[in-house]
Design a protein around this ligand. Structure first.
Ligand SMILES: Nc1ncnc2c1ncn2[C@@H]1O[C@H](COP(=O)(O)OP(=O)(O)OP(=O)(O)O)[C@@H](O)[C@H]1O
Length: 312
């Protein structure tokens, strides 16, 4: 698939000497949903701001739709829609005007039919004559998306689209993003919420300390780094792990009532069959068994060495 955004050896050192990006290479593919995951201060907003032409890079190159973001700022900016973290818009303006004016900012001719279709797409049509301050939080967020879509961008950046919103609204936003993807827009979102990346992204990039630690198809990432765990609840507690089980990657729970076997991806299947037959021959019986697969959250914690989430 073709790249719509191409980032080469990008660094950013702010005026106070702080290096927020330390050499980022990234290709963003047309039509994908890419989630950039990282703790506070990782450099996500800096990266987005450079792509959008709002912050100058220190070194490196960023191309959007084949154009350089500095030299061809107007062209690249018109290809991009940005939904910032903060709701930055006039609360006394109507929904209709907010979206219509935004189109004008990009020098695009008025197109009421397009504004109508964007508002309908985002379920805002019935609110078109309301002032923004009269809308619920979820509707205001949707207006920010409509505003960013008014000039028909090919790439949409959503910076923390669901920060601080409740679970229902978060799900609603995910549906909005899914619908937008169907229209062919490439979507890049930054998030603290692993669940969000897990739910809607095609690829996940993990940023920490100004570096892109990895970028991978979500499914491949889960397969590659995901660990599985098999837990056997024993009928009779064991005092120690029998030597005959030494070949398996096993731990005995503290109270001796459960055996826990950890394995990576799909590698464990043969091992499990052999483990179960060894247990039977050792006369060790179990009354229950459960398996657990590590989530993106576990993978992230292992990579970044810290937890992100609601309090991040
Ligand atoms: N204008 C600036 N001058 C100096 N340092 C800055 C400036 N803007 C950001 N930084 C620093 O750069 C680092 C990266 O910030 P950035 O906003 O890109 O992170 P982020 O990953 O988006 O974090 P968050 O999730 O909190 O929004 C932070 O340590 C921040 O304090």
């Amino acid at each position: 698939m073709a790249s719509v955004v191409s980032i080469d050896k990008l660094t950013k050192t702010y005026e106070n000497g702080f290096q927020a990006l330390k050499g980022v290479d990234l290709e963003i593919e047309e039509g994908e949903i890419l989630a950039l995951l990282g703790p506070n201060g990782a450099g996500k907003t800096t990266l987005i701001s450079i792509i959008c032409g709002l912050v100058n890079p220190s070194t490196g190159k960023v191309m959007v739709g084949g154009h350089d973001v500095i030299r061809d700022f107007r062209q690249t900016r018109s290809l991009i829609g940005l939904v910032p973290q903060e709701l930055t818009t006039d609360m006394f303006e109507t929904v209709w005007n907010t979206v219509t004016f935004s189109r004008g900012v990009y020098g695009k001719k008025p197109n009421p039919a397009l504004v109508e279709s964007v508002l309908k797409e985002l379920s805002l049509w019935s609110k078109k004559d309301n002032m923004l301050r009269e809308l619920s939080g979820g509707m205001k967020r949707r207006v920010m998306i409509a505003k960013a879509l008014a000039h028909e961008p090919k790439i949409l950046f959503l910076d923390e689209p669901t920060a601080g919103v409740d679970v229902n609204l978060r799900r609603e936003m995910w549906q909005v993003v899914e619908k937008l993807r169907e229209t062919g827009v490439t979507i890049i979102l930054t998030t603290h919420y692993i669940e969000e990346a897990e739910e809607i992204a095609d690829r996940v990039g993990v940023i920490n300390g100004g570096k892109l630690l990895l970028i991978e198809e979500k499914a491949a990432l889960m397969k590659k780094l995901g660990r599985k765990q098999l837990r056997l609840e024993l009928s009779e507690p064991l005092k120690v792990l029998p030597e005959s089980l030494g070949a398996y990657n096993l731990t005995l729970s503290e109270d001796g009532t459960a055996l826990i076997h950890e394995y990576q991806g799909e590698e464990g299947q043969g091992t499990i069959a052999s483990l179960l037959s060894t247990l039977a021959s050792e006369d060790i019986h179990f009354r229950d068994l459960s398996t657990r697969q590590s989530s993106l959250e576990d993978i992230f914690v292992a990579l970044v060495g810290e937890k992100v989430g609601e309090n991040a």
